[in-house]
Design a protein. Structure first.
Length: 114
């Protein structure tokens, strides 16, 4: 069982990034998937979620209108498109897949400079 995030980078304010979360070893296409982030000294927070089929999505107020979560079950991958990035978006971003159990990735660093 493995979840691997990728796509993190350092960008300037207003920039864009697309994060990927690729799974193996379990029925990823049946899983609810969340993107979380954790900034230094802060608690981990959920920023976006998507249902197994992709028909339902949800966002934290802080990212609504700027982030878009999507998935391609044929590729066992969930994406997080992040636009108009702000310095307060700086964090380690994690994906979590839930299907009976929870599976977490190792995280990918996003740094937004002003």
């Amino acid at each position: 069982v493995q979840l691997v995030e990728s796509g993190g980078a350092s960008v300037q304010r207003g920039g864009s990034l697309r994060l990927s979360c690729t799974a193996s070893g379990f029925a990823f296409s049946a899983a609810l998937v969340n993107w979380y982030r954790q900034a230094p000294g802060k608690e981990r927070e959920s920023v976006a979620a998507i249902t197994s089929t992709g028909s339902g999505t949800g966002y934290a107020d802080s990212v609504k209108g700027r982030f878009t979560i999507s998935r391609d079950n044929a590729k066992n991958t969930v994406y997080l498109q992040m636009n108009n990035l702000k310095p307060e978006d700086t964090a380690v971003y994690y994906c979590k897949a839930t299907i009976v159990n929870e599976y977490w990735g190792q995280g990918t660093q996003v740094t937004v400079s002003s």
